[in-house]
Design a protein around this ligand. Structure first.
Ligand code: UDP
Ligand code: MG
Length: 324
């Protein structure tokens, strides 16, 4: 029988050819020093720059490396999910492959796990090499989420965390499509604790999170954990009804006493535009939730993996050579 695995390291990889080998080397150094059985799950999220081949090459050289190859790009959050699904260890550590989450912090997380914590998350005490814009949007985002959602997602944490087998089993059962893993990890409860670390600069390459993806993640986080936006329409409704309840008698009294107030079209126009705006925004918010419900009920698989061995690919190549 195969050796029981104590630690599973899971990392999403999307076009990180310059980084994969270095990441593997640093994880290996850290894990070998711990002296317990480990595995490294590299989830290839539809890379098109040769990262896939690099991962398969590493897997062929070292049996600790277990590749999970996606059929296309499914996104960071789904890649993390696949990493957890495929992990066999007693403790699962999730971290980014770009070395912003230093593998050297893993032993600190493990230490806390050994003390009995089921979820150990790494807290960014400092961030290096990120733009001012990214820092400020991240900061506002985390504080907004903290205020309006029902789960208390710890501030300044990313996806870098350790999950005990029990916690991972619960997360494996949560198959929602629009996912915000760090929110889900907070939602499940258990004993949780943070470990501060210094978030490094990217080892190489560019961020794979353009503003659009960040916005989508933020919407998933808010809709996934809060009904507050849906209630906004109600609050606005009460506000407008309240204003008109006060305004109607005021206007009547002004007219009766002969004041020439609120005569122009401008007032009407402003009121119509304001209410029209509020209604459209409310409709849009309902749409955000509705669209998510629709994609959830379709119940499609969260991700599709390609066969891990490349022999079928090679066969195709051989055929093509023969044809020539
Ligand atoms: N990533 C991924 N799929 C994506 C985008 C990113 O698997 O669609 C991976 C990426 O390779 C990296 C991690 O997710 O390992 C974090 O991405 P990135 O460093 O670009 O995000 P940032 O740190 O800038 O927020
Ligand atoms: Mg990064």
């Amino acid at each position: 029988m195969a050796e029981e695995i104590t630690y599973s390291i899971a990392a999403p990889v999307f076009n990180e050819i310059e980084i994969v080998s270095e990441f593997y080397r640093r994880v290996k150094d850290v894990m070998e020093a711990l002296g317990e059985p480990w595995e490294l799950i590299l989830v290839d999220d539809g890379s098109a720059d040769g990262s896939t081949e690099k991962i398969l090459e590493l897997a062929a050289l070292d049996s600790h490396v277990k590749p999970v190859i996606f059929a296309r790009n499914f996104g960071h959050q789904i890649a993390i999910t696949a990493g957890i699904d495929h992990a066999q260890g007693e403790a699962i550590i999730i971290l980014d492959a770009d070395l912003q989450d230093p593998p050297e912090v893993i032993p600190d997380l493990i230490e806390r796990w050994k003390e009995g914590y089921e979820v150990v998350y790494a807290v960014r005490a400092e961030r290096e090499g990120e733009s001012f814009f990214k820092k400020i949007t991240a900061s506002v985002f985390y504080r907004l989420i903290y205020r309006i959602t029902d789960v208390k997602i710890p501030l300044d944490t990313g996806d870098f965390r350790l999950l005990d087998q029990q916690a991972a089993d619960i997360l494996r059962e949560m198959r929602e499509r629009h996912r915000f893993p760090r929110g889900m990890a907070a939602w499940i409860g258990f004993r949780q604790i943070g470990v501060p670390y210094k978030r490094a600069a990217r080892f190489a390459g560019e961020t794979k999170y353009p503003f659009k993806k960040m916005l989508r993640l933020a919407l998933d986080a808010i809709t996934g954990f809060s009904y507050f936006p849906l209630q906004l329409a109600t609050y606005f409704g009460f506000f407008c009804a309240g204003v008109s309840a006060v305004a109607i008698p005021v206007v009547i009294v002004l007219r009766l006493t002969g004041y020439q107030a609120f005569l122009g079209q401008a007032t009407t126009l402003i009121a119509v535009l304001f209410l029209g705006g509020v209604q459209l925004i409310s409709l849009g918010i309902v749409g955000e939730y509705l669209g998510r419900i629709y994609s959830e009920v379709k119940g499609r698989p969260l991700y599709i993996t390609r066969k891990q061995n490349t022999s079928s690919l090679k066969k195709v190549e051989k055929k093509e050579v023969k044809r020539k």
